[in-house]
Design a protein around this ligand. Structure first.
Ligand SMILES: [Zn+2]
Length: 460
């Protein structure tokens, strides 16, 4: 009897250990199953460590950006399309971590936790993006050999039409790929639209303007004097012009530093923090589940001089292009941002739809009334300063920025804004690193990209 109970105990222990082991295995299968199946040694999907058998990635018009042919991954034949969509599509080694080849690998190869990577066709799922490769191509040409980024999205639906990051390289060229690997193209694997932050410079004045409109009932009658600059806390902030008595309309149009530094001080720290955070600064941003770099704004415990610089987009301000595009889109969309996305649909090889994206609203940034007023100020800037002839046939609202990035360095040229035409509801952000003057350099890029978008989306 005693012997029996000892055996029973041993059996019980062994069974318990077995059951516990099974539970742990199941747990790891659920949490890490995709990592096992998607390990580069899995020859079912990978060839010499590279993605080989996977579904296609296309643009919004069905142009194939990347697909598998006989177990080999191929990119578009056109050099400019390949280079301009590389950061969206991704490389085959996973160096571009935010590219679809990496971030959507399970979906591309058709992995799920029930069937693993087994599919009847064995070729994964197809991803259709919202990108327009013809617009991306023009954006790349417009950026030329300068580092920077161009983002364009539909502020009513959230669809990303253009997302280009430079420097980029030709993935089909072995020597170009080697240069990228050897670090000859600095930061080439970074998608600047998602993973970079920039000093917003004067483009931030639209956020300060929104805070000013909501803080002062008499905002349009409020006048600050510009003497080619202004003194705050005993320090001189210089202006690009000598604007004299300036109201908010002139201040936005001519980007008066004296006006905005005094306005920011009068608005105060708390309200400036509130409006920056409503616009997405210090908040986490995602696109298709991919986390963007977080924008930064902090004027707590600062002196007036720092608050003044912050109100003009300098001081410690940093904006991420995806976040800032969303904020600008919110102004265009009556104060409510549409969340940007690039993955339009995922479809199995047999045509079965697995995912269809729809535009989602973010939380309200500003009231409709304030948004419309800021839009009007930005429209004034185009008419009085940037030149509406640069945006033929389009009602463009914009703000330029020439962001100081340190002494002896050419500033970043920036241009943000949107189109108010019903048939082309696009918002845009352009950054040309060390490009010089925002309105001419980045504005010039925006002009070309919007003309291409109009041609492709409206057909004229
Ligand atoms: Zn001024």
């Amino acid at each position: 009897m005693k012997q029996m109970s000892v055996r029973a105990v041993i059996m019980l222990v062994i069974t318990s250990v077995f059951v516990a082991g099974l539970c742990i295995l199941c747990m790891f299968y659920v949490t890490d199953g995709d990592d096992w199946a998607l390990y580069p040694a899995n020859t079912h999907i990978f060839n010499e460590g590279h993605v080989s058998k996977a579904g296609s990635i296309t643009d919004r018009n069905g142009v194939v950006l990347s697909h598998s042919v006989d177990g080999v991954r191929k990119y578009n034949d056109d050099l400019l399309i390949r280079k301009s969509t590389l950061h969206a599509v991704g490389d085959l080694d996973g160096f571009i971590s935010t590219g679809l080849h990496t971030s959507y690998l399970p979906q591309l190869v058709g992995f799920d936790s029930i069937n693993g990577v087994y599919q009847f066709s064995g070729t994964g799922n197809n991803i259709k993006t919202t990108l327009d490769s013809s617009v991306c191509q023009v954006a790349l040409e417009a950026l030329g050999n300068r580092a920077g980024t161009v983002g364009v999205y539909n502020y009513k639906t959230g669809e990303i039409i253009c997302m280009v990051s430079t420097p980029t390289y030709d993935i089909n060229s072995q020597s170009d790929s080697k240069k990228a690997k050897d670090g000859e193209y600095k930061g080439v694997y970074i998608n600047r639209f998602l993973s970079a932050t920039y000093t917003p410079g004067s483009t931030f004045k639209i956020i300060t303007a929104a805070a000013g409109i909501d803080t002062f009932e008499d905002i349009y009658d409020r006048v600050y004097t510009c003497k080619g600059g202004v003194e705050i806390d005993g320090e001189w902030i210089s202006c690009m012009g000598n604007h004299g008595k300036t109201d908010i309309k002139e201040a936005v149009a001519y980007s008066c530093n004296a006006y905005f530094s005094q306005l920011a001080v009068d608005i105060g720290k708390d309200k400036m923090m509130e409006y920056a955070e409503k616009a997405g600064f210090n908040q986490e941003f995602y696109m298709d589940g991919i986390k963007a770099e977080t924008s930064y704004f902090n004027v707590e415990n600062t002196r007036n001089i720092d608050l003044a610089w912050a109100g003009m987009g300098q001081y410690t301000n940093m904006m991420n292009p995806l976040q800032y595009l969303t904020a600008v889109g919110a102004i265009a969309n009556g104060g409510v941002p549409k969340k940007p996305y690039m993955v339009k649909s995922i479809t199995a090889q047999n045509g079965l739809p697995l995912r269809q994206s729809i535009g989602q609203n973010g939380s309200r940034m500003i009231s409709k009334d304030t948004a419309d007023k800021v839009a009007e100020l930005m429209s004034g800037a185009v008419q009085l300063s940037y030149g509406s002839w640069n945006f033929k046939g389009l009602d463009v609202c914009a703000k330029s920025g020439t962001a100081e990035v340190g002494e002896d360095k050419t500033p970043h040229a920036e241009f943000v804004g949107f189109v108010r035409n019903e048939e082309l509801p696009l918002a845009f952000v352009v950054v040309v690193e060390n490009g010089g003057t925002g309105r001419t350099v980045a504005g010039g890029v925006a002009s070309k990209v919007l003309a291409a978008a109009k041609k492709s989306l409206v057909g004229e």
